[in-house]
Design a protein around this ligand. Structure first.
Ligand SMILES: [Zn+2]
Length: 506
């Protein structure tokens, strides 16, 4: 009897479920779905927006189109807002910041859902250990990592790096680059204007890039010169891409000295010519006319205490008032002042002041960090209007340049809405599907059923950066919600505390 009852009850339930299967599904929506309604859907390509809905299930986009909520389903009304794929920052400096700030508010507040670390030739090492540590202590956003050329060079040459490497050393470097790819790096980065990388020759870079290319990786490069020798440096980069058959991301493309100002279209012509013969070239660019680096980077011949070299360097920048110290351990009070002002206060010439800062830095085994206001808007604009140009911040957690907290909203607010340099779909493509394509990712950077639910919901009428050179950490406005792997990480001006970020490995 008891058994019979149980069976009949089970049969009845089964029959009910069969009849009402769709209803039963609706009656108890899985707890892991979210429906975003009435959004302007920006799919990450340049296609016009369409109004519609998107459902997130778990860490994926489960459906897109005309959707209605299931009873009890969590619904977000996105009326008036744009829903786009999360922004992929292909050149991000948050390696150190992530340790103490895994919520990465300054990054997710901009809509960045994936940050690529280890650019400019410097990466964690070994790559596998870093990836394991990040998985143990996840961040709010996804991460990926380059293997650094300088990092590998130092592994092989130790402190004896101020020379051309031997063939055996180059072979070892290529081997380590291969190893880094096996461990999950997504490519090789170089910083050829910096101390360790600058001593390498083209053959060394080709050998390492080839090793990475055979592994399906890309080459991200801060080229040898962004000043008077910008064109030679570009040609070397193209030669490396050509000989190693590797897709290239030219980091933070710029023309940073008086001698090359206004030459963006000539630069673009060289790039387009290379692209037309099959060189797989893309570039990224931050939307500012000022760069941030160390004080030695402005003297290309490395004669930091030679008055003639320093004088030329300062003139090439456009003058000592365009160089602002942002950090100097021996004299913290220098921060925020221009080289011109500091020289005046010390009753020195700008050249003498520069040399003093170099000497004091060397004595303390440190270097001053500086911001150089040495690009011009028409060049930045010309680069931004190229189809192969991606938006990347070259910023990161705790950065003293406003690009660290402002890059992506600045492009959407200032360059799109105010200056009309590009359309909103064009700008979004540069932040989403284009970097995804550069990285060979097909399931991020686009709104696609089955793709990962990395999403940004923003107000196109108000989105704007607020970080400035005085207050570089000010958070932007207009980025309403950010989802990483299907989880809400940024909501109405605050981090939610969720840390669903994964490490995307090769
Ligand atoms: Zn760089």
């Amino acid at each position: 009897m008891e058994n019979f009852e149980r069976i009949s009850a089970a049969c009845l339930l089964a029959a009910l479920l069969a009849v009402a299967a769709p209803l039963a599904f609706l009656a108890s929506p899985p707890a892991d779905t979210v429906l975003i309604l009435n959004a302007q859907l920006a799919d990450g390509t340049e296609a016009p927006f369409s109004e519609g809905a998107l459902r997130i299930r778990g860490n994926r986009i489960s459906s897109i189109g005309k959707l209605s909520p299931a009873p009890g389903e969590r619904v977000i009304d996105a009326h008036g807002l744009v829903l786009a794929p999360g922004f992929i920052d292909i050149h991000n400096h948050s390696l150190e910041g992530l340790e103490g700030d895994p919520l990465a508010e300054t990054q997710i507040a901009q809509g960045i859902t994936t940050a690529v670390e280890g650019p400019d030739g410097e990466s964690p090492w070994p790559i596998a250990a870093w990836i394991a540590a990040r998985k143990k202590n996840p961040a709010a956003l996804n991460l990926a990592v380059f293997a650094g050329h300088a990092t590998i060079r130092k592994q092989v040459m130790g402190e004896d790096y101020k020379r051309i490497a031997s063939e055996a050393e180059i072979e070892k470097m290529a081997e380590l680059a291969w190893q880094a790819m096996n461990e999950g790096a997504i490519g090789l980065s170089s910083g050829l204007e910096y101390e360790v990388g600058s001593y390498s020759n083209t053959a060394e870079l080709v050998a390492m890039a080839r090793s990475v290319s055979e592994h399906g990786g890309i080459y991200s490069t801060h080229i040898r010169d962004e000043a008077d020798k910008s064109f030679e440096a570009l040609l070397e980069e193209i030669a490396i891409a050509d000989q190693a058959h590797i897709p290239v991301d030219h980091s933070h493309i710029k023309l940073g000295t008086v001698g090359v100002w206004g030459k963006a279209y000539e630069y673009i012509r060289v790039i387009d010519e290379a692209r037309s013969r099959g060189v797989d070239f893309m570039a990224d660019c931050y939307p500012y006319e000022a760069w941030h680096s160390d004080i030695k980077v402005i003297v290309p011949d490395k004669q930091y205490q030679n008055p003639a070299s320093v004088e030329k360097a300062i003139a090439d920048l456009g003058g000592a008032d365009r160089l602002i110290i942002t950090d100097f351990k021996p004299h913290p009070s220098y921060a925020g002042h221009s080289l011109a002002d500091l020289a005046k206060a010390a009753k020195l010439s700008a050249v003498e002041m520069y040399i003093r800062i170099i000497r004091e830095g060397d004595a303390a085994n440190t270097e001053a960090d500086v911001i150089g206001h040495s690009m011009i808007e028409s060049d930045v604009k010309a680069f931004y209007q190229q189809s192969w140009l991606m938006v990347a911040s070259d910023g990161g957690i705790g950065m003293e340049h406003p690009r660290g907290a402002g890059t992506f909203p600045r492009v959407l607010g200032r360059l799109v809405r105010e200056k009309h340099w590009l359309t909103l779909p064009e700008a979004l493509r540069k932040m989403t599907s284009l970097p995804a394509a550069r990285l060979g990712w097909t399931d991020r950077g686009v709104l696609r059923e089955g793709g990962y639910a990395d999403l940004v919901l923003f107000d196109p009428l108000t989105v704007a950066d607020r970080s400035t050179f005085e207050k570089p950490q000010e958070l932007p406005v207009g980025i309403e919600k950010v989802f990483v792997e299907g989880q809400l990480v940024w909501d109405s001006g605050k981090a939610t505390g969720a840390r669903p970020g994964v490490v995307i490995t090769h």
